[in-house]
Design a protein. Structure first.
Length: 76
């Protein structure tokens, strides 16, 4: 039996201007989704989540941290 890589999705986040913002978004997502991998990019204005989750969970955590969730991002 082979192990599959967890599925990852990227979402847009507006309003991040510094590394403190990245920490705020990262902490909010880690609290909301403690078992998942979270990667926040200030340069791209995105967050990539690996593992089972819903877009609603991401939106709630991002907006709860004071930032604007802009939806899924097509990385293709």
């Amino acid at each position: 039996m082979s192990m599959r890589e967890p599925e990852s999705h990227t979402y847009g986040v507006d309003g991040m201007t510094c590394n403190g913002c990245v920490r705020s978004v990262t902490n909010a997502l880690n609290r909301a989704l403690p078992d998942l991998s979270v990667d926040v990019s200030l340069a791209d204005g995105t967050v990539t989540i690996s593992g089972a989750h819903s877009a609603d969970q991401i939106a709630e955590a991002v907006e709860g941290a004071g930032f604007d969730y802009t939806g899924p991002v097509d990385k293709g």
